[in-house]
Structures are given as C-alpha cells and as structure tokens.
Design a protein around this ligand. Structure first.
Ligand code: PMP
Length: 427
C-alpha cells in the first residue's frame, strides 16, 4: 500500500509531537513501518490520507461500538452544539446520562462524569483512600488503568508494548503505596490482606483484563476479590473503562454477577468524545466534594456535546439490540478463526467475549501476564503487517484487544477471515 502522505505527515509530526503521536499506543514501534494518518472513518471502515481503505478492528480503541460516525451520534452532537458547546454550569444532559448509567449498571447508585478513563480511575482511587483513611492499593500485573502515577506500575497497554510497564517520573514513594500481585491468584491476595488488611484502601482490577491481550478470570476469582475486600473494609474498584457498555449493558459485572463498590467507566459512554465516569455506592460517592472531603473537579466534565454523543450511542445500542448483534458477529469471527487454526495446525489461543477478542500467538493457556508473554512477537509482527497489507487494521501490538462494531457485517467478518488465512500462511 502506498502511504506517501502519511509518511510525510509522520516526519513533520515527529518534529513537533513527541514520537509523532499523542498517545503511545498509536505508534507502530513494535511492528514494521510507520503509523498511518486517518482522514475519515465511517461505519466499520477507516480511510487513510493516501486513500487506502481498511476494515477497522481498533474502533478508536473501544468507543466506536456502533461503528464510526453513526448518524445518531453525529446528529446529536450537531444539534447540541447549536445550543452551545460548553456551559460550565449543570445541564440537563448530565442528569439524563447519570440516570442512564445508574439504570444500566446496578452497582452504581451515584456517578460523576469526567473526561477520560484515566481521570475515572485516578478519582476512584483518591475517593477510596479518602473514604477508608488508608493509603495502599492492590493492582494486578498487566492491568492498565490509565496513566495515573500510582497505577503505572507493572501496567499493560502501551506501557507494556513499549517495554516500560513501570514509568519513569513516578516517585518511588508513590509506587510504594501500590501492591502488585499476579492476576488470577486469589491466595496471594488473601495473604496480603492477612498481613496488612487494615492498610489497604482498595483493590482495583480490570473487570476482564484487556490491556495485555484479553484474559479471563478463573472460576470464583472475582467473587474472591469481592469477599476479601468486603471482609477487610477495602473498596473494590472494577475498571470497566473498556468492558463497560461494551460486553453487555451492565458490563462484566452483569455477566459475572459481581457487585463492586466503585466502577470506572469511559470509552463507549462518550460515543467517541472525551468522556469517563466513576460511580458506585452512594455512601462512598457522597465523600466527594462539594458535600464530602475528597476533592475532584473538571472544567469540561459533563460537557453537553460529550453527553449528547454518549446518550445517543447508548440509546441506539438499546434500540437495535446491539449487544445480541455483536455477539453473533463475534461468534462468526470466532468460529472462523478456530477453523483456520485447526486447518493450519496452529495451537494459538483465541479469547473472545461478545465483540472483544484477542488472538495470542502461543499454545499456553492464558491466565496471567506470564502466559501472555509466551506469545511469539515475531509471528505477531508478520501477521499484523500482512493483515494491514490486505486492508484489515488490527491494533499494532500483541497486547491489545480487537473490537467488532455493530456496523461490521457478515461480509466484513468473512473478508477478515480470508485475510487472516493469508496472513497466518505467511508465518
Ligand atoms: N482503564 C482501562 C481498562 C483502559 O483500557 C483504559 C484505556 N485503554 C483506561 C483505563 C484509560 O482510559 P483513557 O485512555 O481514556 O485515559
């Protein structure tokens, strides 16, 4: 594929933007070639500035659950904008959004809107600390919760892709407040609580870890986390920034029957605009300013365009029964991938829940970051390059999850499987 204009733009970008990108996951550092620049994205397709069209499984990293630029979202944004793009006062959309979230996610009794997933987890951690009067937080190896200081330790996503799961610039004293444990090992969590349970403010976990591929909890693991935190009065924080409103109306907590104390949300609820949210038990949420002692704020929080976009997307998902549709498309992709792996005698792992999926280039069962790291990264690189060459865009990292949207059709899924067949043959 010719990518001359993208190459020129990337050269210019590198002069004025660190690494040429505004978020490290966008860089093609661990795959061949340079990132492409997109000029438009419609439905399940994106078109780069050189005119190459691709079927997109990144979906702007999760938000585009209806596909790109769905009419309902574009119209909602346009009509909201005509009335003013930001008020800095309460507005009716915020109430509608909060009521919708409370309705869809049963563990959430009160919710506050923010502007990104990072803000959501950062604020939830501060709130948990303020509520409990304790400092320590347990997080799990390979889970990514945004670029919050105390959570950028043994992190996933771009931090993992670029080999820096522990970021420079995080004071050792902050990192010391974070206790890092392997995922899916409840005994280790119980042991830490037995030793210092009265110092632990919160346990934060990605509902299904999806920033180191896509990992599923072992039977009873999430309930184990729920039980031990309840026993010791620690706040159980579910990070559903990726999975919330994506795997089901009520997220993983609905699928797994788990009731966390606080939930971090983002991505899908913003309809592609910058949005995050955190919510949970009223008793805890009421610790927030202005009524409570934990300060948290935002100039643009609850922005009318962002709320209108998110609400339009959620309503349309409900109207179309989008989650059922996504599950059917996901099942079609999964059946196709499994048939290909069998046909080619590859023992790679394929994990999927609804519209989220990850192909791991390893025969090891995927239970934690160690098993994820057994994947053959050279094989992934070849696969990614060949898929792109065939017009299918997947995340440029073996540690990211793919997303199907409602606007992907069976034809696109089948076309993707053809591309996969050719790409796997090249490995
Ligand atoms: N938590 C999870 C589970 C995420 O996947 C992400 C982003 N991929 C974040 C938090 C951070 O969200 P944001 O990039 O909007 O700050």
């Amino acid at each position: 594929m010719k990518r001359d204009i993208s190459s020129k733009l990337f050269k210019a970008a590198k002069q004025v933007i660190p690494g040429g990108v505004n978020s490290p996951v966008r860089a093609f550092k661990n795959v061949d070639g340079d990132p492409f620049f997109v000029r438009r994205a419609m439905g399940c397709r994106i078109e780069d500035v050189d005119g190459n069209e691709m079927i997109d499984y990144v979906g702007t990293w999760g938000p585009a659950i209806l596909g790109h630029a769905p009419e309902c979202v574009v119209e909602a944004v346009q009509s909201a904008a005509k009335e003013g793009v930001s008020f800095g006062t309460p507005n009716p959309y915020e109430v509608d959004m909060a009521e919708t979230i409370v309705d869809w996610v049963p563990s959430v009794e009160k919710v506050r809107m923010v502007n990104s997933g990072t803000e959501a987890t950062m604020s939830a951690i501060r709130l948990a600390r303020g509520f409990t009067g304790r400092d320590k937080v347990i997080k799990f190896v390979g889970c990514y919760h945004g670029h919050v200081d105390s959570l950028l330790v043994a992190a996933g996503s771009g931090a993992l892709t670029h080999g820096k799961p522990d970021s420079a610039g995080v004071p050792a004293s902050f990192a010391a407040e974070t206790i890092i444990l392997p995922y899916n090992d409840i005994e280790k969590v119980n042991a830490v609580f037995a030793e210092m349970g009265d110092q632990i403010a919160a346990v934060i976990v990605e509902s299904y870890p999806a920033n180191a591929g896509l990992i599923f909890p072992k039977e009873g693991y999430l309930q184990g986390l729920r039980d031990i935190t309840a026993k010791h009065g620690a706040v159980f924080i579910f990070d559903e920034v990726m999975t919330g409103f994506r795997v089901a109306k009520g997220g993983v907590q609905e699928l797994e029957g788990i009731t966390p104390d606080l939930t971090a949300m983002g991505k899908v609820i913003g309809g592609g605009l910058p949005v995050g949210a955190f919510g949970g038990k009223a008793e805890i949420m009421d610790y927030l300013a202005p009524d409570g002692p934990v300060y948290q704020a935002g100039t643009l929080s609850g922005n009318p365009l962002a709320m209108a976009a998110g609400l339009a997307q959620l309503r349309e998902m409900e109207r179309q029964d989008g989650y059922a549709k996504l599950d059917q498309l996901g099942a079609r992709l999964e059946a196709g991938v499994r048939a290909l792996l069998q046909e080619k005698s590859l023992d790679y792992q394929f994990n999927r829940v609804g519209s989220m999926f990850c192909l791991f280039f390893t025969g090891e069962e995927i239970v934690d970051l160690d098993s994820v790291m057994t994947a053959d990264t050279a094989a992934f690189r070849k696969f990614f390059t060949e898929m792109l060459e065939q017009g299918v865009y997947t995340a440029p990292s073996p540690y990211e999850t793919g997303f199907i949207s409602v606007s992907h059709g069976e034809a696109e899924i089948d076309r993707t499987l053809e591309a996969m067949s050719a790409a796997l043959a090249k490995i």
